[in-house]
Design a protein around this ligand. Structure first.
Ligand SMILES: [Zn+2]
Length: 219
């Protein structure tokens, strides 16, 4: 008679693993909320929503900010002091590199991360309704940048703009404030402002035509 080999079992070990996973999940949720200084309900997956009604704390500074000027860059810059989070930079560099390969050149990045204090200054210096209030600007996330080209027509009428509209989602970017969506975003058309949300979310929003507010179930 062939004896069946007994499978090794360790139920106590399983419980320990389950307990450890539960603790890790709780700690992770707490760390995320604490780290970003915002309620975790403002996330959809790992996407951070920032607008007039979802503001960042004055002391919120994103992790891993990199100076774009010090990195390899397939784009021009309006200043040598523009910062973005590393994943945002890496995605944008891949995007503008691909644009270059497609003979789309001349992109000039004009703005990236802006601190709460800097946004206070921008807001104070702007006409009413032209700038977001401190804490309500996506630029404080380090996940958004403004871009243009040398043109007298407006960025939205350039081939570089058309290329971005067709391909930005492939690199995880969305045009954050589209035309005819200002009633939802609260911001009038900004053809120059792009936000990193990751390829999956960007592609879904590209296909459905949703804004970030709609995608996150806010509107
Ligand atoms: Zn912007």
């Amino acid at each position: 008679m062939v004896k069946k080999k007994k499978k090794y079992r360790n139920p106590t070990g399983q419980y320990i693993i389950i307990a450890a996973v539960a603790v890790a999940l709780l700690a992770g949720t707490f760390a995320l909320g604490w780290h970003f200084g915002v309620k975790s309900t403002e996330y959809h997956g790992n996407i951070l929503l920032v607008n007039e009604s979802h503001r960042l704390d004055a002391n919120y500074v994103p992790d891993e900010l990199v100076n774009l000027y010090q990195q390899r860059h397939s784009f021009r810059m309006a200043s040598s002091e523009i910062f973005l989070t590393r994943p945002t930079y890496e995605a944008m560099e891949a995007m503008f590199h691909a644009a270059e390969e497609a003979d789309m050149n001349g992109y000039i990045v004009t703005s990236g991360y802006r601190s709460y204090q800097r946004q206070q200054e921008v807001y104070a210096a702007s006409e009413p309704g032209k700038a977001q209030q401190p804490g309500a600007s996506e630029h404080q996330t380090g996940l958004a940048f403004d871009v243009t080209v040398e043109t007298s027509e407006g960025f939205e009428s350039t081939p570089q703009y058309s290329w971005l509209m067709q391909h930005a989602h492939e690199y995880g970017f969305i045009q954050r404030y589209p035309a005819n969506k200002s009633d939802i975003t609260g911001i009038s058309y900004e053809p120059w402002h792009y936000r990193y949300v990751g390829v999956e979310a960007a592609t879904r929003m590209y296909k459905t035509g949703q804004t970030l507010e709609e995608y996150m179930g806010e509107k």
